[in-house]
Every structure is written in C-alpha cells, then in structure tokens.
Design a protein around this ligand. Structure first.
Ligand code: SAT
Ligand code: MN
Length: 603
C-alpha cells in the first residue's frame, strides 16, 4: 500500500520506527486479502487458534499472558502539563517524564518484529462525529481486533488526507512485563502510548484510551460528550421509536441491556429493542435542540462468562462468525469455545484459558481457579453480526436521546429505578454513582467505590471540570433527555438477586419511556420520582429469588423503597467524597442538590 502524503503522519511513523527499530513496517489497508494473510500468520505462530470453521466460521481463540487479563488502572496515567488538570481520579505523570520513561522501555523493542500501522476511524468515516487515529503496534492480535472494533484502512487514510489530524497511538508489547506496563495518555498532544500489555482494554487504543479518555478531553473543549454508555432503541407497537443511552461500570451488563429481548407479551404486542451500541456513546447537540448520540465503535468487546441462550441470545449469535475469543475455554471435542454459563452441561474435554487440561470434576463456579474461562474473558464480534443491530447504527447523525440512565451494582439502598427531578439533578445522580468493582479491571472485586457516570477510570481530565461540563451541556439543550437511575443488583439477606434482570429489564424501560411521555404517575421522594409498584408491568414474570420464593409485587415494593436513614448515610458519605476526593471544582448546582437531599432525609 502506498504510504500517506500526510507529513505529520509520515514523520510520526518514522520517528516511532527509529525508536522501536522494527524489521518491517506494514501499512494496514484493511483489505480482505491483507487481513486473511495476517490471520494465517497468527495461526502459524500460535497467536490465534482456529475454531471449528463449520460451527464458527472465521472465528479464533487467543490466550493472553496469564498476568495480562484486564485493564490496569494503577498503571494508567493522564499526562498533562499541570498535575491539577488530571484531577484526583487519575494517576498523573509529567509529559516529559512520561515520554522519557516510555522511550527508555520501548527503545529497540520491535527488533525482529513487524510494526503495523493501523489508520482507524471512531464513528463512521466522513460522518460529522468521526475522529481519526493511527495505532502503531507490534501485535497482529491488535490489528485483527482493531479490524473488528473500528473502521480501519485505506478509507481512513484517505479521510485523514494530506493535512488532516489524527490521534497518535503507539503500542509496544515489549515482553509483557507487568512491572513496566504503562498506559499513558497525552490529551494536550492527542497522543497515547501503551506498553508491556496485550490485553484489549489496554491496547485496542480506539476504545477506552481514545474514545473515552482522549475524546472526553476533546469533548470538553469542543462542546460535546464522550460517555461510557450503551445506546438502545425501543420500537413501540405503533412503530414509534425512542432511544436511550445508559452508563454502567464495566461488567455490569451493558451488552446484555443493549441487546435485550423483551418478555413474550411485550414481543407479541410488537415492542422491539434495537442495539445501537454496547459500551461507548459520543453525544452532540443537534439542530433541533436535542442530544444526538452515535456509537463510535464497529464491534463488541463483550464479556463471555454468563452469556448464554437465555441471558443474551443476540450477543451469542453475534459471536458465531468473524469473532476472536480471548481467554475462554476450548471444548476439544468439537473445537468450540466454552465458558461458565454457556451451557448447563459441562464439556467432557476442555482446555482452560491458560491452555491446561480442564477438570470438570473439580469445577466449582465460586472458585475462579477451577473455571475454564477467565472471569474477564471476552469476545470481539462485528456489530453487523448482531441480529438486533439498529438500522441507525451506521447513520451519520446518530439517534436522538429520550432518556439517559445511570446504574451501578448495589446490593442495598438504591431502588430498582428512579427519575431525577431535572437535568442538573440528573447530573447529581450520575455524580453520586457508586458500584462494586468487577473483573474488568485488575485488583479486588466486589469493593464499593465511587464511579461518577461510570467514567471514573475513563475521564481524561479533572473530574470536577467533567461534572461542570455536564451542567454546561444541559444549558445548551432545549429538550434534554430525562435522566434516570437503575439498580438491577439488589440482594436479599442471603445474597440472592431480588430482581430477575436481563429481558425483564424491559418492564423498567417501559416505565422510563412512559415517564418521558408523561403518561404515568410517580411518587415524589427525597431522591426523585419512584414508580408505584402497580405501574411496573409484572405480567408473565416468572422468577424464583430463592428456592420456593417466587417474585411478587411485594418484592417489587421492597426494591422500590427509599429508606431516608440509609440515604442520609449515603448523602453524608457523598459529601465526604465531594469534599475530600473531588475538591473545589465541583459545580455549585451539585452542592445544591446534595443539600436538598440531606435536608429531605433529615426531615
Ligand atoms: O477492557 S475494556 O476496557 O475494553 C472493557 C471494559 O472494561 O469496559
Ligand atoms: Mn466498558
């Protein structure tokens, strides 16, 4: 492929090649021929293993280094000239120091390897939302995954043209040394450097690094938003369509909600859910004074364990062709991928995610070390495979948002659903999000932590300025979406989930959309508007919370309760977080909401 006429891009490639000293440089044109050749090379080297090509055409399994299986937040840095601009939720490094540190580690690290130059686009090439990036990598696995997750190759290079700008991205596997692993962002230079990892969230630079960290910074200065949100469309029986964006922390069910299949009686009435995106939303103000959203990605990087015919048949169907599985088990009887929860029967012959024979007899789902798949094992699947992909997925303008939903994993306190009083209060609700940590990031799981808008690990600047940006955006939209909070994860005293979740979340979605239309009442409480239990449709719901305990309207009442004492505790804790952790950049509007909440709880 001919190289580019873009001097800045040519200089960047030359400079990185001089530093890392690859044997070859290959420009990715994205052609089928080139991608097939790369797959064949990766199969030959063992980097990917072909799966059963009849049942899973063009699908492969990859096993990462066992110590490189999740995002590494403690090794992720925002490198701004001033430390205060990175804010308290980010690790900070001085840019000069960061470049020096990185250069030292990557110098000569591509000797004997090939450097691939991947031009990629976030959002549809040429659309008003599109932003371009170039990732230089020594990993074929990265090229193949970027080919699924983003739009790559020649059309992107053409769109960048001779003078266009792009986000610079350098990824060097080096020797996957965890001690020297760094994920460095330079928002002031539009640049990313990722070293000593080969795990998705750390190395598919279009995803969290660009589409959230760098893009959130760009959005702040350019007047738009980059959010950790799925986007779904709901078609009503009369053909009307509404769109919702929803923010949940990693591994809290965004992919499942985005592809939800409504309960039977909704389907027979004609309700349908379409998936626009499952992880990231870029949001702009439209000419009509509404917020419009696109999914800048081109595929799904979803969590495999727990995905099955019942929990998410659409995700499962998406993974049956052109998919790369990372760190799942391998059923060697028919060379198909397997993970905990995929089927009730355990495979007779299986190799675990580390490539060791798996012992079904020893399997105990509570003990991760006995599992065939890693809890953060993933599939990288093309969005176009999804049976419910929205026709709006590829639209230039995106979709207009009727509602925004925030949600976390909370065993207690937070009700199934509530509505904020207005935009500013909705921003407050998002700022107050906290959730239990999951396997998507390295470190302990199940620990409650603050995670404003599910963006804690992804805001590329000061969190206080980020919250102020949300408040400002509200001022720019005449018809803002209504903002809600949901919690699918309430537990009883024995730790059982009280709400069935999955497809039954449609019942909550329906209430939310009725609220947007103004066709259902709600109870006003100290935290906002909560449904009357009788207004959530429970028809056909058949769910056992625990042995012999079927879900009834009484249980719904329990998870809709707002306990003032608990909320006062929550408000006091939040005040501590605002004061001690975020500091003076919190907008006044949020302090006002906090005061209203506290006063209400004390009454
Ligand atoms: O690992 S990723 O960042 O790509 C996925 C996630 O954590 O949400
Ligand atoms: Mn995510």
């Amino acid at each position: 492929m001919a190289n580019t006429k873009n001097k800045k891009l040519q200089d960047y490639v030359n400079e990185c090649a001089a530093l890392t000293q690859p044997d070859n440089i290959v420009w990715i044109d994205g052609s089928e021929k080139q991608i097939s050749m790369l797959k064949a090379m990766a199969v030959k080297s063992g980097e990917i293993i072909p799966l059963n090509q009849t049942k899973y055409p063009d699908c492969y399994l990859h096993r990462s280094d066992p110590g490189d299986v999740a995002r590494v937040e403690e090794k992720t840095f925002i490198c701004t000239k001033k430390e205060e601009d990175a804010g308290p939720t980010n690790n900070w490094m001085d840019p000069k120091e960061a470049y020096e540190l990185a250069n030292e580690i990557v110098r000569g690290s591509m000797k004997g390897r090939t450097m691939y130059v991947i031009p990629y686009s976030m959002a549809k090439v040429g659309s008003p939302f599109a932003k371009y990036g170039v990732e230089l990598t020594d990993s074929i696995y990265v090229v193949l995954n970027m080919n699924i997750m983003t739009r790559i190759g020649r059309p992107v290079l053409d769109a960048i043209g001779a003078t266009g700008d792009f986000v610079k991205g350098l990824h060097c596997k080096c020797d996957i040394n965890a001690d020297k692993r760094y994920i460095l962002h330079f928002p002031e230079d539009n640049a990313i450097i990722s070293i000593n990892s080969a795990y998705g969230g750390n190395v598919l630079l279009g995803k969290k690094c660009f589409a959230l960290r760098i893009a959130s910074y760009l959005g702040k200065s350019e007047g738009w938003m980059a959010e950790h949100m799925l986007i779904l469309g709901v078609t009503f029986p009369d053909g009307q369509k509404k769109y919702i964006a929803a923010a949940f922390p990693s591994a809290c069910g965004k992919t499942n909600l985005a592809m939800l299949i409504p309960p039977k009686h909704y389907e027979s009435k004609g309700y349908k859910i379409e998936c626009v995106g499952d992880d990231i939303a870029w949001i702009r103000v439209g000419d009509d004074g509404r917020l419009w959203a696109v999914n800048p990605e081109n595929g799904f990087f979803g969590i495999a364990p727990g995905t099955n015919e019942k929990s998410n048949p659409n995700a499962l169907a998406s993974t049956t062709k052109g998919t790369i599985f990372t760190n799942v088990g391998l059923n060697t009887d028919d060379m198909t991928p397997w993970w905990e929860g995929l089927t009730k029967e355990l495979p007779a012959h299986c190799i675990d995610w580390m490539g060791r024979p798996w012992n079904a007899a020893k399997f105990d789902k509570k003990d991760k070390s006995t599992c065939a798949a890693h809890p953060n094992s993933r599939f990288t699947a093309p969005a176009k495979n999804c049976p419910c992909i929205s026709p709006a997925f590829d639209s230039d303008q995106g979709v207009p948002l009727d509602a925004i939903i925030f949600g976390g994993r909370r065993a207690t306190t937070t009700p199934l659903v509530y509505q904020s009083r207005n935009w500013d209060h909705g921003v407050f609700v998002g700022s107050a999000m906290s959730s239990e940590t999951t396997a998507a990031a390295a470190g302990a799981t199940g620990v409650l932590r603050h995670d404003p808008m599910a963006m804690k690990p992804f805001i590329g600047y000061h969190v206080g300025d980020y919250l102020a940006h949300w408040i400002d955006m509200g001022k720019k939209v005449k018809n803002p979406p209504k903002i809600f909070n949901v919690n699918w994860f309430r537990q009883d005293d024995e730790g059982n989930f009280i709400w069935p979740g999955f497809g039954d979340n449609m019942r909550v979605i329906e209430w939310i959309l009725k609220r947007c239309e103004g066709t259902v009442e709600a109870e006003e409480t100290v935290i906002g508007y909560v449904p009357k239990a009788s207004d959530i449709d429970l028809e056909g719901l058949d769910y056992e919370i625990s042995k012999g305990h079927k879900f009834t309207e009484k249980d719904l009442g329990t998870i809709l309760e707002v306990n003032k004492e608990r909320w006062l505790g929550e408000a006091n804790e939040l005040e501590g977080y605002y004061t001690k952790e975020i500091g003076s950049r919190i907008p006044k509007e949020l302090w006002d909401c906090l005061k209203t909440l506290k006063d209400g709880c004390e009454k």
